[in-house]
Design a protein around this ligand. Sequence first.
Ligand SMILES: Cc1ncc(COP(=O)(O)O)c(C=O)c1O
Length: 388
Amino acid sequence: MSGTSIYLDNAATSFPKPACVYDAMDRYHRESGAAVGRGAYRQAVEVQGEVDRCRQRLAQLLNAENPQRIIFTFNCTDSLNLAIHGVLRDGDHVITSVLEHNSVLRPLHELERDGKIQLTLISVDQAGVVNPEDFRQALRPSTRLIVLTHASNVTGAIQPCAPVGQIARAAGVLYLVDAAQTAGHLPLDVRALSADMVACPGHKGLLGPLGTGLLYLRPGLEHELRSVRQGGTGTRSEDEFQPATLPDKYEPGNHNAPGLIGLSAALKWRMEQPQGALQAHEQAMLEHLLDGLHAIPGVEIHGPQTATGRVGVVSVSVADQDPQIVATLLDQVAQVQVRSGLHCAPGAHRSLGTMERGGTVRLSVGAFTTLSELDRALEAFRQIAEIL
Ligand SMILES: Cc1ncc(COP(=O)(O)O)c(C=O)c1O
């Protein structure tokens, strides 16, 4: 990888990570290598301790009731699948939005195709935001679950998750929030969202390594959420069945110990930063990026036009050019790394009208994006827009 590359694909996974993440993972690989919860020797106990700390840090960050409410998974897709397949039963009705990522839409569409559930998709307004009232209107006696993304991974538009949560709670319907694009970017309080379950990747805004994710479970939800995988937990091995206790019920098999050690280091690093500094930095980068893009003739920004009501994920079109060509040129001209295409969220493109032209070019800032990187990327964008 070249040292002069400009990484603007933080919505896919964040890069770089804080240096302490690499150090912690390297130390684990070289000096320990032990599995979590499986041994009484020193290294195994130490690894278990670090994974416990990781859970505690996440519970604190998300305002969860206690660390046992945090279930480790392997990515946000894994968290969403556990939540969806774990709570739904034959005959249930589910409400979600057209904005959702395929990690929500595909499990739901498969269940619908198999005749197991009925599905209602809520559309968005001109600004790419859902109206909470539409969720209330869509409720049926058989509605069991509402799923909503906290922010679109295409336009960055923040969705009214707390009001939708209040509607779900009042109706006695379970509520799952997909916080893939907000965890680590916005203050995230699972209780203020009235959420029963919140799915987060560990490897995007939380700055942990790939292969990490989590699902927050509201107290008592373990009685409604089945485990979707069963196996060894290193506890109660004499039992024929999966333990009912948390987190073992949902964490069979070996953990991604190096990943969780890296995530724990990232969370510690995050807690050492001045209060609000990371969010303020990303907001400043986002404003600079939006200002620069607005000034380039032929570039159309989709979704919120200013830095208000959005996260640092910006989708653009350059005239009616194929986004793939723009992304390839950005890499070739100035080693700017962006995403092009549908970003696994086809419904968002249908509502934006960008489906036919192959989606959008997506630029996403992160904790380590700098103004000078953005200036170089914007200059490359300017040159490419002029040529095209
Ligand atoms: C909104 C949204 N949900 C879910 C996911 C899936 O996350 P992961 O890559 O951790 O499986 C993504 C990934 O980009 C996303 O943007």
